[in-house]
Design a protein around this ligand. Structure first.
Ligand code: FAD
Length: 567
């Protein structure tokens, strides 16, 4: 008897596809070449990638409902927030890696895992071309085809070089576990090389010049870690070199940590400058040559050259080739990441979903829905609603957009709250006609404040869990759809759209200090925040094994310092 169900009927009447004609279900029946497993009627669900998004999906998916196959070039999961800890030996590489097979066995998941890379996605025929990535081969590099009914793409992203010459060849990236181990070795190598007797002090300075390009959270955390390593450990082992070391951060815009609150930016910049780190903001790298980096300083408008022993490139994300090829096939060639709708369905494809760093959710504007609801509720097309209809529409809109509530609670959005309240207040009388202008104004304000999700583990994990929940309910829903939940351009969908819940963000700054931005405009900076960071990341470990190993590494570092062996 709610407005929701009457709107559903009206939408269905108006020709918009209903849930029972869901494109996913329909298309998966029609696609040629799809092979069902002879032993079971379960549909083939293929997952690409075993990072944050992939593992969160795998953790929650009910493997008795689907024939789940996982394809990933690495057979382990990495706890990426601790990768910078590996670069200076605070944590060992293996302490933050957990084998996928172990995770599946512990959670009693019935999955087939192929340690391979997906080279090509043929979305028309629902086929994947894959290749073994290991050194052990039987008939050369093994290539094979995998068919799917549903595909979940969670392959993450690459480091973005922006096509700048020399970056690929001379810089280190900080993305994978192997990168961190290589950086650790190179740092120690730089110190050992600088200790050789035949070098001048200028040559030593050059080899001990460490540059980080990119002042985002990863680059800044690494800079802090490096500073700690140099001053807490290397200074004791190489006292004759300690005054020759320099750590420089090059950032293209005005401030480092530019996605964080201004208070955190200012604190971090002040701290780094006091500790003697070089911060070069407004500087853009143009080229990297062997042993020297060329950048344009926008403040002086001059090109500068800086020698280096190690450069770590951490400037954002680029697209994996397999994703780029797919985007070209499906008309998304001009984009950097796959566009999905709010149900994580890849736009322009059937039965394909994407999450995490390789995808972005194109959020619908709330106003579009409100207008549509209004039009549908306005039965006599008079441009007005009755009070009852307005109230029902409001209820519907609030369920649809929990942000309306969240935004209303936020202090800085007092105006929006007042607008909505006054819009509501004016409709509590017995007037038969209501004017929605104030309400619409508030909604437009909310729309303008909606931002894209950041590329973080937090987003990928929530998306993986959301998608697994939808898949677990899919067989049930096909038999007895629970009815319309959401209105979209393509018609109703049986599930609520994905909604990201931001839980806050940390950035360690070195020297046992960290900064945190918490929901509700809270920030926290200092040593206590670093302890909060330790406890959060210890608790977030994916297994008791890695938790024990990480805690052991932290304690070991406290007593014995960091290990400077170059293995
Ligand atoms: P990933 O975790 O990158 O996983 C991608 C998976 O796909 C991998 O298993 C990969 O092997 C696999 N794959 C790649 N190519 C193919 C292919 N062709 N076929 C099949 N599989 C493939 N986020 C936070 O929220 N907090 C933090 O503190 C934080 N710190 C970070 C520190 C560092 C150093 C880095 C690099 C990232 C950090 N992030 C952090 C970001 C976070 O790690 C990413 O947002 C997250 O990993 C994205 O998850 P994903 O599943 O999309 O991709």
């Amino acid at each position: 008897g709610s407005l929701g169900s009457s709107l559903y009927v009206m939408l269905a009447d108006s020709g918009v596809e209903s849930t029972s004609k869901d494109p996913e279900v329909a298309s998966s029946r029609l696609v040629p070449g799809q092979e069902q497993s002879s032993s079971s009627k379960r549909k083939k669900l293929v997952l690409l990638g075993t990072g944050w998004g992939g593992m969160s999906f795998l953790k929650d998916i009910n493997t008795s409902l689907y024939d789940v196959q996982v394809i990933s070039p690495r057979n382990y999961f990495v706890f990426t927030p601790l990768i910078p800890n590996v670069t200076n030996g605070t944590v060992e590489a293996r302490s933050i890696a957990e084998p996928i097979r172990r995770m599946c066995r512990n959670r009693k998941k019935d999955v087939k895992l192929y340690e391979a890379e997906c080279l090509d996605i043929d979305h028309n025929n629902k086929r994947l071309l894959c290749r073994d990535v290991s050194e052990v081969t039987v008939k050369g590099k093994e290539e094979f085809i995998v068919d799917y009914d549903y595909l979940v793409v969670a392959v993450g992203a690459l480091s973005n070089t922006f096509g700048i010459p020399g970056v690929e060849k001379y810089c280190h990236f900080l993305k994978e576990l192997e990168d961190a181990s290589r950086i650790r070795d190179t740092i120690v190598d730089c110190f050992e090389t600088a200790s050789l007797p035949n070098l001048t002090d200028d040559e030593r300075k050059k080899v001990l010049s460490f540059i980080i390009v990119g002042g985002g959270p990863t680059g800044i955390e690494f800079a802090g870690e490096l500073h700690d390593l140099v001053h807490q450990d290397m200074a004791k082992l190489y006292p004759f070199l300690k005054d020759l070391v320099s750590v420089t951060v090059i950032e293209a815009v005005d401030h480092i940590l530019n996605t964080f609150d201004a208070r955190i930016q200012n604190y971090a910049e002040r701290k780094f400058r006091q500790e003697g780190l070089n911060l070069k903001t407004n500087c853009q790298v143009k080229k990297v040559n062997e042993g020297e980096i060329v950048y344009l300083d926008h403040k002086s408008n001059r090109e500068e050259i800086m020698p280096f022993g190690l450069v770590v490139w951490s400037t954002g994300l680029g697209t994996r080739p397999v994703v780029r090829d797919l985007m070209e096939q499906i008309g998304q060639g001009d984009r950097k990441v796959l566009a999905t709708d709010e149900w994580l369905r890849v736009k322009g494809c059937n039965s394909m979903y994407a999450l995490g760093d390789c995808a972005t959710v194109e959020q619908r504007k709330i106003m579009e829905d409100i207008n549509k609801l209004f039009e549908l509720a306005d039965k006599d097309k008079s441009g007005t609603l009755t009070v009852e209809e307005f109230k029902e529409m409001m209820e519907w809109a609030r369920k649809r957009y929990p942000q309306i509530e969240t935004f209303m609670k936020k202090k800085q959005l007092k105006d929006v709250r007042l607008l909505i309240k006054s819009a509501e207040a004016s409709h509590t009388t017995d007037k038969t006609e209501v004017d929605l202008e104030a309400f619409k104004e508030a909604v437009a304000e909310i729309d303008s404040q909606m931002t894209r999700f950041p590329a973080t583990a937090q987003v990928a994990t929530q998306q993986g869990a959301y998608l697994a929940r939808c898949f677990n309910r899919l067989p049930l829903e096909s038999e007895g759809p629970e009815g319309p939940l959401r209105v979209t351009d393509e018609g109703y969908h049986r599930f609520q759209p994905f909604r990201y819940k931001h839980l806050g963000m940390f950035v360690p700054l070195g020297g046992e200090e960290a900064a945190a931005e918490l929901p509700g405009d809270w920030i926290s900076i200092g040593r206590s925040t670093q302890w909060m960071w330790y406890s959060v990341y210890a608790s977030k470990q994916v297994s008791w094994r890695t938790r024990a190993l990480v805690l052991y590494d932290w304690i070991k570092r406290l007593f014995f310092g960091r290990d400077s062996s170059r293995l």
